[in-house]
Design a protein around this ligand. Structure first.
Ligand code: ADQ
Length: 562
């Protein structure tokens, strides 16, 4: 038995064994369908942002839950059409929303897939509701299907959907993409109905993951649970059906986002924000309020950074954390909201002054234009999830930067994006001191190095926009692999998943600054795993150019430190 995975792109290219199907209507199925947001309301969720970009361009049907509950749920989906895109949504009964969505999806699958067994609720009653609601969705969707539809199911809420569709006689091509991580068997096997869930995957034709590591974990689960066999590079047989699995990292609408950011720079709102926010000496964080995003660790790292800085240095820097509330009906989220608000209050109370607030904490969604402008003006994008499938914010931050004066991305090694964005300063978000070090290093990073890192990241983003990602997945889904025993194994993807974790202190300026700071943790730093800069730092540090165009020498900024 050969256990190897290949990128879906490679799969689509293994021509001799492939029959291409005719393109049909694209039917996207996701738990929530952002019907209310179809006009102008901002979407604060990675799946919704990505699929809206894809479906707006391609047209098709977007089917799922309305987000509303009623006493008995609705029997027929309600449809609305905007141009070539039709939204079809159903309500859920209160009990189903409670047990399926708040329960099994958000309190069992979500924490376990993010390696948080300690937060998992293992209620079998909720698990049963999860399968029941998937069957209801399948029944409603089945009635709306046309013969040549291609069905693309998204995310952990809907793993068993294809199994139910198949039982109803559906012979369509059905693909599944998991937006969140998939852990190895030692963690995943904690899921209630683990075997049944794993076997549900066998009803799909293609199952895509954000990273090679997730795809490998999945195949390990299939094999170790005796749910199927892995054969060749990308195929696996699960409950008697062949399916293809692999890594297909999601992208963003790179060019469009860059354009929005450029346009935002010319607005009055941008200029006002720049004046209020230290002329761009801003550390920005943008996340749904979720325990996986590492928000408490992040604000503590910022507090450590402030703690080590002189009064003069501190007051030049502001952190902006934009965090719309999510899943507020789940108790773990309510607790986290409270704790984070208290932590922010403590930091502002300790370091703030009548004329300076160190940490601006905003709990509401913003338009893409407002976000893009804020990313563009911010010197540092701070993205520190404790575990994340991909993290689109990291990619948006990079796409929004000004090419002549880009900011620095500080990125968790546990985000899927760290497998691609190797020009970021990669940190371990649990290591508060190392994250604070990375902030210090990012603030004084020479312009040449910033540009070099940014160009490397932009090349990755341009090569894999959200539209490329969708095309590759759908290409794989539209092709049929007819396996013959004589087929050679497909070659393994050449892309490396290795991540270099930054233990920052290579720049002489940062080192000098750190040694001047009280409570510096240099004794804790080992040279093992030291940062691998993309380019050698110049001997003299060029002046920092804040986002308003004036210049402040990096030395001046940090020499005032204590
Ligand atoms: P999310 O966990 O929602 O996505 P992420 O990938 O960062 O996380 O996407 C968040 C999206 O919401 C971004 O496009 C961002 O701009 C937007 N957003 C966040 N805060 C906002 C705000 N205040 N106002 C407006 N928009 C806001 C899940 C997985 C991720 C995976 C994505 C896509 O958890 O790992 O990257 O799906 O696959």
């Amino acid at each position: 038995m050969v256990k190897r995975m290949v990128d879906l792109e490679l799969l689509a290219k293994s021509a001799p064994t492939i029959c291409r199907k005719r393109d049909g209507r694209l039917v996207v199925v996701s738990n929530r369908v952002p019907l209310a947001s179809s006009a102008a309301e901002p979407l604060a969720g990675g799946l919704a942002v990505a699929m809206k970009a894809v479906l707006t361009r391609r047209g098709g049907l977007w089917f799922g839950w309305s987000g509303r509950t009623s006493e008995e749920g609705s029997s027929e989906p309600k449809s609305r059409t905007f141009g070539s895109l039709t939204y079809a949504v159903c309500d859920l009964s209160r009990r189903d929303a409670e047990q399926y969505y708040c329960g099994f999806a958000n309190r069992t699958l979500w924490p376990i897939c993010h390696y948080r067994l300690d937060l998992a609720d293992l209620s079998e009653c909720n698990a049963a509701a999860y399968f029941r609601v998937n069957e209801q969705f399948a029944r409603r969707l089945h009635k709306m299907l046309r013969q040549d539809d291609i069905i693309w199911v998204h995310d952990y809420h809907l793993i068993p959907l294809a199994r139910f569709l198949r039982q109803m006689g559906c012979a369509h091509r059905i693909g599944f993409f998991l937006h969140i991580p998939w852990p190895g068997p030692e963690v995943a096997s904690a899921l209630p109905f683990y075997q049944r869930l794993l076997r549900s995957f066998g009803a799909y034709d293609v199952v895509g993951f954000q990273t090679q590591a997730d795809a490998d974990n999945f195949r390990d689960c299939i094999v170790s649970a005796n749910a199927g066999l892995t054969v060749g590079g990308a195929c696996c047989s699960c409950v008697g059906r062949w399916l293809r699995t692999g890594a297909s990292p999601i992208g963003i609408d790179t060019d469009a986002f860059g354009q929005i950011a450029r346009a935002a720079e010319r607005t009055d709102a941008f200029k006002r924000a720049l004046t209020h926010l230290n002329n761009g000496y801003v550390i920005i964080g943008v996340d749904r309020l979720d325990y996986t995003k590492g928000l408490k660790h992040r604000v503590r790292a910022f507090a450590t950074f402030l703690d080590r800085s002189s009064e003069g240095t501190r007051r030049r820097i502001t952190m902006l954390q934009i965090t719309p509330k999510s899943r507020s009906d789940v108790p773990e989220y309510q607790r986290m909201q409270r704790e984070l608000a208290e932590e922010v209050g403590r930091i502002n109370g300790k370091f703030g002054d009548v004329d300076w607030t160190p940490l601006h904490y905003i709990n509401r969604p913003m338009s893409p234009a407002a976000l893009a402008g804020l990313y563009r003006m911010s010197r540092i994008g701070l993205v520190t999830p404790l575990r994340d499938g991909m993290n689109l914010v990291a990619k948006e931050y990079v796409a929004a930067q000004e090419p002549d004066n880009p900011g620095v991305l500080v990125l968790s090694q546990f985000a899927g994006a760290a497998h691609e964005l190797k020009g970021a300063l990669i940190i371990n978000p649990y290591d508060i001191e190392a994250t604070a070090d990375a902030l210090a290093r990012a603030f004084v990073m020479p312009l040449d190095e910033r540009k070099h890192r940014w160009h490397a990241m932009m090349a990755v983003l341009r090569a894999n926009s959200v539209h490329d990602w969708a095309s590759r997945f759908l290409e794989a889904l539209a092709t049929d692999v007819k396996r013959k025993s004589s087929d050679p194994p497909v070659a393994e993807s050449s892309s490396s998943n290795a991540i270099d974790v930054v233990r920052p202190e290579p720049s002489p300026v940062a080192r000098r600054a750190r040694s001047a700071l009280p409570r510096a943790s240099s004794q804790r730093r080992s040279t093992n795993g030291a940062a691998q800069p993309l380019s050698k730092a110049p001997r003299r540090t060029p002046p920092l150019r804040p986002k308003n165009g004036s210049t402040i020498a990096a030395e001046a900024l940090l020499q005032s430190a204590d």
